[in-house]
Ligand binder design. Structure first.
Ligand SMILES: NC(=O)c1ccc[n+]([C@@H]2O[C@H](COP(=O)([O-])OP(=O)(O)OC[C@H]3O[C@@H](n4cnc5c(N)ncnc54)[C@H](O)[C@@H]3O)[C@@H](O)[C@H]2O)c1
Length: 370
């Protein structure tokens, strides 16, 4: 899996173990019922679940034809007439919700009343209060609720976390994710018409991943803008900086309207002991993508850069992660890695960045919902 660039050398003893694939549950027969048979379910959820061997028992969509087409394509056994019908089925143990963020809380309300566990799509909600309500509903009903922040299982990000946990970076001092690409918003016409765009639907992945790698910032400052001539009301390019009590600084720099042919999607983490850097393959050709790349160096082995060969893709492979984590949490009685409660912190940063854009000041995430 590894190579090192400088010169051949027997280094097997110091290669770190990068066991980055999602950990599967003990039981593979948890019954999944899907609500929403749209784009993401077709090109990511179902291919991932088929690959992992998860058991999808049925699907529903308010557009029945859409649900039937999807069921046929992925050999899903049942098409339910409605959400209510799906929730009545004892074989549905987990509801996999992939509807629009403004409506997600309504499905959560129904699913918690039926005593089902849930995997919600990101963004968890379009308003912070709705996300809090979803978490409280699930806690009261004593069911598990997770959010599909699957970038945490993208190979480059998970490997970076394993290296950080193993001390290769030392104390983190700098983190950056920079993505300049051309996004075809016609894939999501409903997003393009909204008042919030880039952070709410895209950078939310980077926000969640950076929290996962480096923890929560003390302050965030964001500038949001558009390219000349863009038809959207909302931001399509953003620059955010985060400040931590420790002195750690983070940069998220994203632009979706690059016209040049040299799109790039890179991450870089620096610390007192090492550097980790790589590329986010998905953003070079969404949604087909390509594998991530990863390179790292450390004072442990001065003069050497290691590179890891990563053989999984954000879409569909990372989509196994949140569902597997939810299943494992059901089996062990613990919390899923991307639990609803954890996601409230991600959403606080999302909304803090929007407040910063409007008020032109650094915002503490705790100001949201206070
Ligand atoms: N990487 C990612 O994690 C990722 C990528 C794309 C989209 N998404 C998220 O997935 C969600 C869906 O996006 P999409 O691109 O699939 O949208 P889409 O418009 O292609 O599909 C949504 C589907 O949900 C159905 N639907 C909506 N409300 C419903 C309800 N109450 N009951 C039954 N069916 C309902 C619609 O009829 C439609 O078929 C969004 O929240 C989006 O943010 C996540």
């Amino acid at each position: 899996m590894f190579s090192q660039k400088v010169r051949p050398f027997a280094m097997t003893d110091i290669f770190p173990q990068l066991d980055y694939k999602p950990k599967l549950p003990q039981r593979m027969d948890h019954g999944i019922g899907i609500v929403g048979a749209g784009g993401i379910v077709n090109y990511a959820h179902l291919p991932a679940y088929q690959k992992a061997g998860f058991k999808v028992v049925g699907i529903t969509d308010r557009n029945r034809e859409q649900a039937e087409r999807t069921a046929q394509q992925y050999q899903v056994g049942k098409v339910y007439a409605s959400v209510e019908d799906l929730l009545r089925q004892p074989e549905v143990e987990i509801v996999d919700i992939a509807v629009y963020p403004a409506e997600q809380v309504n499905v959560v309300e129904q699913a918690t009343s039926a005593g089902k566990h849930m995997l919600c799509q990101k963004p968890f909600a379009d308003e912070y209060a709705k996300a809090v309500r979803s978490v409280e509903l699930a806690e009261r009903a004593q069911v598990k609720i997770a959010v599909n922040q699957q970038m945490r299982w993208d190979a480059g990000i998970r490997c970076a976390r394993l290296l950080i946990d193993d001390g290769w970076l030392g104390t983190p001092t700098y983190g950056a994710i920079q993505v300049h690409c051309r996004t075809d918003w016609s894939l999501w016409p409903w997003i393009y018409q909204g008042k919030q765009l880039e952070i709410m639907f895209h950078s939310i992945h980077y926000i969640d991943s950076l929290r996962y790698l480096l923890g929560d910032p003390a302050h965030v400052f964001t500038s949001g803008s558009r390219a000349p001539g863009e038809a959207t009301q909302a931001e399509t390019k953003t620059l955010s900086t985060w400040e931590y009590q420790s002195g750690l600084q983070v940069l998220i720099d994203v632009c979706h309207s690059t016209w040049q042919d040299d799109a790039y999607a890179i991450f870089r983490f620096e610390g007192t002991e090492g550097v980790i850097k790589g590329t986010i393959g998905l953003m070079y050709n969404y949604p087909a993508g390509r594998p991530d790349t990863l390179e790292f160096m450390s004072k442990r082995n001065p003069g050497f850069w290691f590179s890891a060969r990563l053989d999984s893709m954000w879409i569909p492979d990372a989509f196994v992660g949140p569902m597997a984590s939810l299943m494992r949490a059901i089996e062990s009685g613990s919390e899923p890695e991307t639990s609803g409660r954890d996601n409230l912190r991600t959403l606080q940063i999302v909304f803090a960045e929007y407040r910063s854009m409007v008020e032109k000041r650094a915002v503490r995430p705790e100001e949201i919902g206070a």
